[in-house]
Design a protein around this ligand. Structure first.
Ligand SMILES: *Cc1c(COP(=O)(O)O)cnc(C)c1O
Length: 381
C-alpha cells in the first residue's frame, strides 16, 4: 500500500482553496463591513450583474439559499393546490420539498441509470391533465438532455424550472449547435451557493435566473415580502435575500468558476484513467451534449458491495459519501404528498450502488493516486 499523501484527503477542501484567494476575499469582506451596507447595496448589485453576464441570463435574482430559489420560482407560477410537478426521485430533498410545502403534488419519476438524470421519455410518460411543471435536476454537474425535454414541455404547456444547484457553469449544446449555460435553458433556473457547491459562499446563498421580464418582476417581489414599493404588499411573499458579505465572496469566486471547473475535470480524468480499468466499477457517464462540471464524481459499484468498499476506504483515511441513500419517494416525509408511486427500479438500484469520491478544486495527483489505489486494493483482496 502506498503511503498517505501529506495533505489529508477531504470530500471538499475549502481551506486550501481559501488560502489561494485570501487577499481578495478578505478585502471584499472588509469592504462590506467598512461600507456597513450589509443587506443589498453595491456588493449584491455587482455580483448579480456579473452572474447575469456569466450565465447569459436577462435577470438574476439573488436570494437566501437554493431551496428558497426553488420555492420562489414555484410561487411565481400561480399553480393551484393539487397541480402536479414532475421531479426526479433521485435528487436532494429540496427539489421536492418546496413542491409539497406549497400543497402541489410532486410526481416523482425515475432517472437514466448512467447519467442519473431524467429524460424526455420519462417525463412524457408521467404527464397527466394535472401536470403543470417539470423540474429537471442537473445532477452531479451535467445537464439533462434539455432539447427533447423542452419540446415535450412545450407540447404539454408545462413550466420548466431547472434545479441548477449542482451544475452552475455547465454548457449544454442544442441540436443546432447553440451553446447555453444550464440554468438558462428552461423558464426559470435555480441555484445554490452552499459552501460545498461549485460556486459556494461562506454561509448560505442562492439565485434565480430568468429571461422573462414579468416573471423576474414577480419573483423579485415574492423574495421581498411581496412588495414593489416599500410597505405596499401586492401579494404574500417571503423574506429571502443574499447578504452582502456572501455576495462579496461570490464575486471573487465567480471569476474563477471556469478554472475551478477545469480543476474538477482534471481530477475526474485522473480518476477515469484508473477506475475505468476495473470491471467492477462504472465511471460517470457523460451526457454527449453537455459539459460536466463535476459537483460530484460518482461511481457505480457493479459487483461486490458498495458499503464494504466505503468501509475499506474509510479505514484508509479516504472519505466518501452516498448521494443519495434513500429514494425520495420512499422518504417518510413524502408518504402522503406524492402520487403513490409503487416502484422506481432505477432509483432504487442507484441508491444501493452509487458512491461519490472526494471531488473539489484542490485535489492533487498524489491524493488521487492514493484514492484510486485504495479502490483497486479493495477489489484485489
Ligand atoms: C444543494 C441543493 C439544493 C438546495 O440548496 P440550499 O442552498 O442548500 O438550499 C437544491 N437542489 C439540489 C439538487 C441541491 O444539490
Amino acid at each position: 500500500m502506498i503511503k498517505q499523501p501529506e495533505r489529508p484527503i477531504q470530500m471538499v477542501d475549502l481551506k486550501s482553496q481559501y488560502l489561494k484567494i485570501k487577499t481578495e476575499i478578505d478585502a471584499g469582506i472588509w469592504q462590506v463591513i467598512d461600507n456597513t451596507a450589509f443587506i443589498g447595496g453595491p456588493a449584491v448589485q455587482n455580483f448579480q450583474q456579473h452572474l447575469q453576464e456569466y450565465l447569459g441570463a436577462k435577470h438574476v435574482i439573488t436570494c437566501a439559499n437554493g431551496t428558497d430559489a426553488l420555492q420562489i420560482a414555484m410561487m411565481a407560477l400561480d399553480l393551484q393546490p393539487g397541480d402536479e410537478v414532475i421531479v426526479p426521485a433521485f435528487t436532494y430533498v429540496a427539489t421536492a420539498e418546496v413542491i409539497a410545502l406549497l400543497r402541489l403534488t410532486p410526481v416523482m419519476v425515475d432517472v437514466d441509470p448512467h447519467t442519473f438524470n431524467i429524460t424526455a421519455e420519462i417525463v412524457e410518460a408521467a404527464i397527466t391533465p394535472r401536470t403543470k411543471a417539470v423540474v429537471p435536476v442537473h445532477l452531479f454537474g451535467q445537464s439533462c438532455d434539455m432539447a427533447p425535454i423542452l419540446e415535450v414541455a412545450a407540447r404539454h404547456k408545462l413550466w420548466v424550472i431547472e434545479d441548477n444547484a449542482q451544475a452552475i457553469g455547465a454548457d449544454y449544446t442544442f441540436p443546432d449547435g447553440r451553446q447555453q449555460k444550464t440554468g438558462t435553458l428552461g423558464h426559470i433556473g435555480c441555484t445554490s451557493f452552499y459552501p460545498s457547491k461549485n460556486l459556494g459562499c461562506y454561509g448560505d446563498g442562492g439565485a434565480i435566473s430568468v429571461n422573462d421580464d414579468e416573471l423576474a418582476q414577480r419573483m423579485r417581489m415574492i423574495a421581498n415580502h411581496g412588495q414593489n414599493k416599500r410597505y405596499y404588499h401586492a401579494m404574500v411573499g417571503v423574506n429571502s435575500r443574499l447578504d452582502a458579505i456572501q455576495a462579496a465572496v461570490l464575486d471573487v469566486k465567480l471569476k474563477r468558476l471556469d478554472d475551478y471547473a477545469k480543476a474538477r475535470q482534471e481530477a475526474a480524468a485522473r480518476y477515469d484513467a484508473i477506475l475505468s480499468k476495473l470491471p467492477q466499477v462504472e465511471i460517470p457517464a457523460r451526457q454527449h451534449n453537455s459539459t460536466h462540471v463535476f459537483h460530484q464524481y460518482t461511481i457505480i459499484i457493479k459487483e461486490g458491495s458498495r458499503d464494504a468498499l466505503q468501509q475499506h476506504l474509510h479505514n484508509l483515511g479516504i472519505p466518501t459519501m452516498i448521494y443519495y441513500p434513500v429514494p425520495l419517494y420512499q422518504q417518510e416525509a413524502f408518504k402522503n404528498s406524492g402520487t403513490g408511486i409503487e416502484k422506481l427500479p432505477v432509483t432504487d438500484y442507484l441508491c444501493r450502488v452509487v458512491l461519490s469520491l472526494p471531488m473539489h478544486t484542490e485535489l492533487d495527483e498524489s491524493q488521487i493516486a492514493y484514492i484510486t489505489k485504495g479502490v483497486q486494493s479493495f477489489f484485489e483482496s
